[in-house]
Each structure stands twice: as structure tokens, then as C-alpha cells.
Write a protein that binds this ligand. Sequence first.
Ligand code: DMJ
Length: 465
Amino acid sequence: MRAFPKCLLLLCGCLLGPRGLNAAVTDADAAALARDARAETLSTWMAYVKYAWPHDELLPLTKGHHDWYADSLSIAPIDAYSTLKIMGFDEEAKRIEDFVVRDFSVDKDESVKVFEVNIRILGGLLCIYELTGSRQVLDKARSFADRLLPAFRSPTGLPYYFVNLRTGATKGNIVNVAEAGSYLFEFGILSYYTGNPVYYQTAKNADRKLFSMRSPIGLLGRDMNVDTGEWTMTQSMVGAYADSYYEYLYKSWLLFHDPEVKAMWDSTISAIQAHIAEPRGGLLWYGKVDMNTGRKVSAEVTLWDAFFPGLLALSGDLDRSRRSDAAWDQVWDRHGLVPMVYDYDRNEVVNPYYQLNPEVIESAFYLWKFTGDRRYLDQVAKYYGDIKEHCRTEVAYSHIQDVRTMKKADEMSTFFIAETLKYSYLSFSKGNPVNPTDYVFSTEAHPFRKADFREPEIAGNLGIK
Ligand code: DMJ
């Protein structure tokens, strides 16, 4: 393992003491890191409140704000809620809950990205309901989802890229696998809470269609036309462009126990292991292959792909998870952050941008929680320390334009609080009740407690036969 970053040594200085640069993180260090992650979350949140409330995103260098569309959707607070609540910032969380109930309007004449608002807004609202039981928040979630449903009224049942929240008008008939098939989880949870199967059935219909489009060797491509159901890009991969489709097959099975979804997962993961997995020394890579032949077409992987070891760990495949995680850890060690696109054959950065993404931390979090092997806690400490060292601004955290120069960019994605800080904190915080055995985390890291989803209501409310 590479040396701990400087700021981490300062933080744990008295705790790491003479054990030096490569010392492992002790329980006392982890407790100090948990306090630090909590404090960093609060100061970042307060900067958002001061400079950007209630807009979609904080600009962390110029201390301004940015909205995705003409009228703000308040994505940051809705996405941040579960992290603040888990960390015990009840006052800040309550402010968001009250805002959602009183001021958040879903009736906007705006064409929104169906995929993005599903995972950040619908998922965020559902988690506020999960953690508060507020029926008014659930009403907002239902009303928001009702405005997404027209997106699925295509000839194939696959969703269009954009839907207008007020008029239901759709546009954009080319979507990738993640954009087509990542609704099962949020829509299933909404069906469970409301007793209306339409949401889950709409999402499952899209997943069924996608599954039926697999090649003779069982792989999906990348992009498709939702009007015709034809592939427009036939490269197959596990990460960016496809990731949360695979993730939601398994996570939805964990929460809802739908055998049809489990069958789709089983078939898909075997095809991935047979045709995409590429062992290399002790490491395991998942590159890009042709969906029809399985022939490798590229060794370019993206920072989003680094979620896959976490999914493997969750599904019980610890051996592959460890080897795939080790591959990503090497990339991190080489750059001190992870570049957006990386070629593992040439060991070269293809796109050097870093967006404060959580995936490398997320995977180490799952491995730490499921194996108890402290090397994964050390990894999270290293990642957290590097992010603090390179991405910290005067008031918050920023994207990095180039991981080779560490030049900052004036952006802070909402998943930084929703995911990156949450997974860091939960890794450091020993015995936290929010753990991956008892909770299932959405792709945006919103946690839902398994015990809250009970048979026979699941089958009835979701319409599972
Ligand atoms: C998150 O918004 C979600 O995890 C999504 O599924 C893909 N990755 C980003 C963060 O990198």
C-alpha cells in the first residue's frame, strides 16, 4: 500500500505516531477519521447552505451556484439528506424535510434527464420518507414518479432520455443500458410504500425488454433506440453506460425477492464472467468486448467501473471482488485519485478528469464490511486522505481537471455528499447500524432497511406473481 497522504498523517498524527507512513489504521484512528468525515460533511453542507441553497449544486471555487435546468430542482439537498441524517445532523436534515414538504414543487415545465432525476431526486425523496415516515414527503415522491412514467410510453417500454415534468412530452430516443434499465429499485420501493404496482411493473417491463435484447452469448450492448429496440452501439461493459442496470438487478432481488429478476441477474453475471472478465496476474479487469462475439475491443475503463468489486462482494463473490478491487487500487496509487478514463493495457490516462466520485471507496467499503480485512479500511483512509489533500477548497470540495496536475475545477457533484462522504464515514464508523448486511444502498447510496420490506406485502404491492 502507498504511504498515507500528508493530511491524513496530520489528522491521525498523535494516533499513528511512530508507526510511520505505512502504518495500518487502528480502531482509534478510524474513530478519529469518522469524526473528521462528519466534520468535513458539515462544513461542506454549511458552505452549500451559505452560497447555493436551494439550488442544484454549489460552485466550490467561486462560491456560487449552478442549476441543471432553468428552474432549480434542488438536487443537492434532496440527495444529501440521508448522509446528514445518518451522521446525526438532525437539524440540518429537518430543514431539508421541511423544505421538501413546503417549497419543493414537482410541477415544472422542464425536460429532465429521466435516469439522473430518478436516482438523485426520486431515490432521495423515498429515503427521506424511509427515515421520517412523512406522508407528505411520500406524496411528493409519488407525484414526482407519476411525472416520470410518460417516459416509458415508447413502443418498446424502454424510457426516452428526457421527459417534461409538466407536460409529459418526451425526447431523446437513444439511451444506454444504465439509462434504460435502472428503475427497478426506486420504482419498486415506491410501489411497496404506495401499494400501487404500476411503478415496479413499468420498470420491470423495461428490464425484461433489455434482457430480451441480449446477444446469443448473453451480453448486452451499450446504446439502443427505444423506438425500435435495436442496438446502436454493440460494445459490452460492466461500468459507465451500463453499471446501475446490473447493480439494480441484484439489489432489487435483495430487497424484493422477485425470482424473475434473480434469473436475469444469474444469466447476466455468468455471461459477464465468461466473456468480459480478464484476469491479469493477481488482478481482474473488466474491459469492453463485442456483445455478439465476446472479442475484446478495448482496455479503456472508467472511474465508474470501480463500483463493480462492491457489487461482486455484495453478491458473495469475494474472490473476484478482491482481485478487481486490487486493480483499481493500483490505478489510485499511480495517480493519487482515479482518472475518468484509463487504459489498463497501456497503463495510460485517457481522460484525466476526476469528479469526486465514490466508486473506489464504495467497493472498499463493501469489502471491509464483508471480509473484516483491515487492508480495505486502510484503502478507504488513503482515498479519503487523498481527496482531502487534492480536492479541498476554501469552503468545500471540487472536481479535478487533471489528476496529473491536480488542477481544480469549479464543480462539486451532489453525489459527493450523498455517496463519497457517506461511504467514507460508514467505513470509519465502527458498528454503525447502517451497514450493507441490514440495508440495501441505492446506486446513489440512499440506504433502505431490508427489515422494512416484508412479505406478503412485497408481492402484493409490487404485483410479483
Ligand atoms: C452516481 O450518480 C451513481 O452511482 C450512478 O449510478 C453512477 N455514478 C455516479 C457517481 O459517480
